[in-house]
Write a protein that binds this ligand. Structure first.
Ligand SMILES: [Zn+2]
Length: 1021
């Protein structure tokens, strides 16, 4: 076959060389063109047959015959699309030849000119041709030709010629020499200026797009405007561990081969899924192995104290609950002031102290429990969440609002009425103006002054935000330890957030936003006279900041979970912002949370966060950031809202350098957005996602503990361990109190299966905390479903696995600079105490035969929509990897699919089709995989909640708010109850209660339980 082709080709070529007949020539040429375009390998054959010489000489001969010439050029173009053939053509002088054909603007022979330009563009895909072209000065020639056609083609008749010339420039500038020469030839100015005429005409989009691609690529690379990219905050690690953590693999700068289609370069899913397949664990023995303990067995004994429920003496229980009542009576008489101090702040031991020293307590009393007695405010009435059924949340919110009111005035307490702004608008600013305070007195007096203002603020607070108490928040925040020693509270965390009544649709992607932003960035280079370039905020060099300068916003980020390192005013209403790296690292920039003040009304401010690292972002797919306005809050609308328009996320011209302490050549990305603030001279907060601080969590637990009904809800809050930063990491136990002291009831109490939940190992994933908040509120609520659920399970919950990361504004890591969810195989008791002890507790439960029925770690997912689970399955992993598996030999309980299937039915944000049950090599040290493998937990999951919104179901097209995230947390509880009914034997009584409460369809009947594990294999992907 190949021989036949080759000989056929020879015949064609010799006919070409000898033929004088015009028609024959044209026919042969068009046959050649067709053959070449059909068969990619034909290019190689052409090269082997030395056809390139024939075609070149034929082209030369026909320079005067435009029709023949055009056909020759088409053949040339197709030949050149094979890089090897193209290179050969280049060596043999094809480019000189083409430049003879490409003329300045003319209406003559445009077809021929077009063919020549397209052939040249094809040739310039070869790097050696590009180099040759630059050396011979063709780049300048191409620029001049482009300018000429651009100026003269006023009616836009020859767009394809102009675009063709741009493609030549685009290919030439793929090489370094090309970019340098382009810059030296004023290419940036020429293209930038010319493209301005094209922006308003939709027909010219291909031109604008290509110009923008060239401008982006050629924009001179710069380091970030930072002395070092290492975090502003460092933390000395215990022992001899170096604080300098190795930085992770850098991505190569692919600029030179870089074909980047701006508006369409974002479909990387295919690439990702292929990479995922390579990452699958295919070693069957490894998948089936059960590794031994990672520590001496004797150590497990200490965790007995963390399961006091298993040795409870109910005599004690009774007296305890009476004591609780007494203490409530006592605390209700306390005066309401803002100066309560939480003992936990004092009791925090030195960072290196070990859990063991903390937990050496006698049986029956809970270590750390004393830390959690928070005095109640006189106005803080017992908050009872009288939820009816899950789902009817509106009603619930109202009920809670009423029950929850801190106001004594009944007229005020019922309504959500706006309160007038205080006359001196400056008073609330004062609290949040640290520079001003610091100048008065940097060491003392600050607190007393602010507490006065706080008291005033607290008087204004309507207390109608469910499960939030500003009193508790202040008290908890005082005990929270941070590296920068925060002295200021962010207003939203203190004041609270009330979810808006409905969620906002995803932002529609407007055409051309990205290119407009990029052109605006290029303008900095072309018209530097416009630039201000003033650093207005810098946590590394506070003296460089110019707070309160006229015509300039004021930034601030030194508060819990805050993250903003530097702000540079670029133009009057445009700021470049730089995020801080995770403590002790030089990377993981994604989470931001900062305050901004001094804005004008009705002006769109543009913000560019210029050191993002991810290749892509949901900000390109409809996601908005969140904003909180203090003025709005004081007028009765205390809420985080999705905000920002003209949002785009793209690779910028900043590159990391080794000199700045980073991975050389690593690319950065810009997140750009515009904001119009709702009020003049307001104090606003902007964040990546709804913030949820450690102090918020701690104060939330305080409120929850007090809101529960102690007769029904068993609640224990213990300290799992101290973090490196000296903050207690709470561990919760929640279940139902036994019905009575009868032995049957006690037996039922002790034998309830465990459910183990945790969240926020990744500090930037605040969505996980909101989901956890929903879970906790439901679990302690008086909802009859919650009541039943508590009777079915004992819940062990670590609501925040990485308090230090959350507090210090990290995105991914702990103070050791490690991703804690990659430490589960062998956590260090010194460096990863929360992981070490959570794993220890799980080991302990396993050792007493009580490994949890369900384990779930709540996370947030920045690249995907919806909420979904990751689980573990040997069979699915092997199938996905294409391994031949004898399914008869490997037996696997498919019960891991039940919970996600239930969630798919009961939780509107949840999507089964996004779930995955594959075990990846890169995930072998995550909680999910380790708990599945080492603890033998079949239902071991990661629950991923989107930062963005949903593509399916009830919330399709909407961005999730905190209410929907919390709902997810409560629906997770409901799903657990259904799972129990489906998968475990339960008493007739429970079934009867469940049948009453749940609208049981056939699926949740007892017969279904019998066949619970018989999911047909055909239903698996
Ligand atoms: Zn995560």
């Amino acid at each position: 076959m190949a021989e036949q082709e080759a000989s056929g080709l020879q015949v064609l070529l010799s006919t070409l060389q000898s033929s004088c007949d015009k028609d024959v020539l044209l026919n042969i040429l068009s046959v050649l063109t067709d053959l070449l375009s059909l068969d990619r390998k034909f290019g190689i054959k052409v090269q082997k047959a030395e056809a390139t010489d024939v075609i070149l000489s034929l082209t030369r001969q026909n320079l005067g015959h435009h029709l023949n010439l055009t056909h020759c050029l088409w053949v040339l173009r197709v030949c050149a699309s094979n890089v090897a053939a193209g290179t050969m053509l280049g060596i043999n002088g094809a480019m000189e030849l083409l430049f003879k054909v490409i003329t300045p603007y003319s209406k003559q022979h445009v077809r021929t000119v077009r063919a020549a330009i397209e052939a040249l563009a094809a040739l310039l895909k070869s790097k050696s041709n590009s180099r040759q072209a630059v050396n011979r000065g063709y780049l300048g020639g191409l620029l001049r030709l482009y300018q000429d056609w651009h100026h003269n083609d006023v009616s836009n008749n020859y767009i394809y010629i102009r675009r063709g010339l741009l493609l030549c420039l685009k290919h030439i500038t793929n090489i370094q020499l090309g970019r340098e020469t382009f810059l030296g030839s004023r290419g940036m100015e020429i293209l930038f200026t010319s493209v301005q005429d094209c922006l308003s005409c939709k027909n010219l989009d291909p031109i604008v797009t290509t110009v923008t691609q060239i401008l982006r690529k050629c924009y001179p690379k710069e380091p970030l405007p930072l002395v070092t990219v290492r975090s502003s905050y460092s933390f000395p690690l215990p022992g001899n561990v170096k604080t300098e953590r190795p930085c992770m693999g850098s991505e190569d700068d692919n600029e030179s081969d870089g074909e980047e289609d701006m508006e369409t370069d974002l479909n990387k899913d295919d690439v990702e899924s292929k990479e995922e397949d390579y990452d699958l664990e295919t070693d069957v023995n490894k998948l089936r192995s059960r590794p031994g303990l990672d520590r001496p067995e004797e150590e497990l004994g200490q965790y007995e104290a963390m399961c006091p429920e298993l040795s409870l003496n109910f005599q004690e229980l009774d007296s305890e609950s009476e004591e609780e009542k007494k203490s409530e009576d006592r605390t209700e008489n306390l005066p309401s002031t803002s100066s309560h101090f939480i003992p936990s702040g004092n009791s925090v031991k030195d960072p290196n102290c070990r859990w063991r020293t903390q937990s050496g307590t006698e049986a029956g009393s809970d270590p750390g429990e004393k830390d959690f007695k928070v005095p109640l405010q006189s106005s803080a009435k017992k908050e009872k969440c009288s939820r009816s059924l899950i789902g009817e949340k509106r009603e619930i919110v109202e009920t809670v609002q009423n029950a929850n009111s801190y106001e004594e005035d009944p007229a005020k307490s019922d309504t959500f009425s706006p309160c007038p702004l205080p006359k001196e608008a400056a008073w609330y600013k004062k609290i949040f103006n640290p520079q001003c305070e610091a100048s008065i007195d940097p060491t003392s007096g600050v607190r007393s002054e602010t507490s006065e203002i706080m008291t005033k603020l607290l008087e204004e607070h309507q207390g109608n935000i469910p499960f939030h108490s500003p009193h508790f928040y202040i008290a908890r925040a005082k005990g929270t330890k941070s590296i920068p020693a925060y002295r200021d509270l962010a207003f939203p965390d203190f004041w609270g957030h009330q979810p808006p009544p409905s969620c906002k649709p995803m932002l529609e992607r407007q055409y051309g936003v990205q290119r407009d932003k990029v052109l605006d960035d290029v303008r900095r280079l072309i018209q530097p006279g416009d630039l201000i370039g003033r650093t207005v905020f810098d946590i590394d060099e506070p003296s460089h900041s110019s707070p309160g300068a006229p015509d300039c916003l004021t930034f601030f980020s030194k508060f819990e979970s805050g993250n903003l390192r530097k702000a540079i005013q670029v133009r009057e209403f445009e700021y470049d912002l730089i995020m801080n790296a995770d403590v002790n690292t030089n990377q993981h920039h994604q989470w931001f949370y900062f305050e901004v003040r001094g804005m004008k009304l009705a002006v769109p401010y543009r913000f560019n966060i210029i050191n993002c690292e991810k290749l892509n972002s949901q900000f390109n797919y409809g996601m908005q950031l969140v904003m909180y306005s203090v003025k709005e809050a004081l007028q009765g609308r205390p809420l985080w809202l999705r905000a920002g328009h003209n949002i785009s996320y793209y690779k910028n011209h900043y590159r990391c350098s080794a000199a700045a302490g980073g991975a050389r050549g690593k690319c950065y990305y810009t997140l750009t957005f515009s904001i119009e603030f709702p009020h003049e001279d307001d104090v606003c907060y902007l964040a990546y996602h709804y913030p949820y601080t450690y102090s918020a969590m701690m104060s939330h637990l305080d409120v929850l503990e007090q809101s529960r009904n102690p007769k029904k809800v068993y609640w224990r809050q213990q300290v799992l361990c101290q973090t490196l930063g000296g903050n207690p990491c709470p561990l919760l136990t929640i279940t139902a109190m036994p019905e009575s002291r009868k032995s049957d009831d006690l037996e039922q109490f002790y034998s309830r299966p465990y459910v183990f939940l945790m969240a926020r190992v990744h500090p930037g994933e605040s969505n996980a905390s909101w989901v956890m908040k929903g879970t906790l509120e439901f679990l302690v609520s008086s909802d009859p479903i919650a009541d039943l659920l508590r009777k079915c399970f004992i819940f062990k919950i670590v609501p925040m696995l990485n308090p230090d990361g959350v507090i210090n504004g990290n995105h991914r890591c702990s103070l050791s600079g490690d991703d804690l969810n990659r430490q589960w195989l062998a956590p260090s008791s010194q460096l990863h105490p929360t992981i070490y002890h959570t794993k220890g507790l799980l080991y302990y439960l396993r050792s007493i035969g009580r490994a949890p029925l369900v384990f779930c770690d709540y996370h947030g997912h920045s690249q995907k929509k919806n909420v979904f689970l990751y689980g573990c399955s040997i069979k699915e992993t092997l199938w996905q990897a294409g391994c031949m598996v004898d399914t008869a030999v490997i037996t696997e309980d498919v019960g891991y699919r039940t919970l996600p299937k239930i969630l798919d039915k009961v939780a509107p944000a949840f999507v089964m089709s996004s779930c995955s049950f594959l075990v990846e090599k890169s995930r072998e040290s995550t909680a999910r995989v380790v708990v599945w493998q080492e603890m033998g937990v079949l239902r071991s999951y990661t629950m991923e909640s989107t930062y963005c919104g949903c593509s399916h179901g009830l919330y399709k097209g909407l961005q999730l708010g905190t209410q929907e995230l919390e709902e997810m947390g409560s629906k997770f509880c409901l799903a657990l109850l259904i799972l129990h009914l489906k998968s475990l034997p339960c008493s007739k009584k429970v079934m009867a209660q469940a049948a009453l409460l749940l609208d049981l369809d056939e699926e949740i009947t007892i017969t279904d339980r019998a066949q619970r594990l018989e999911v047909p294999l055909s239903s698996l992907p």
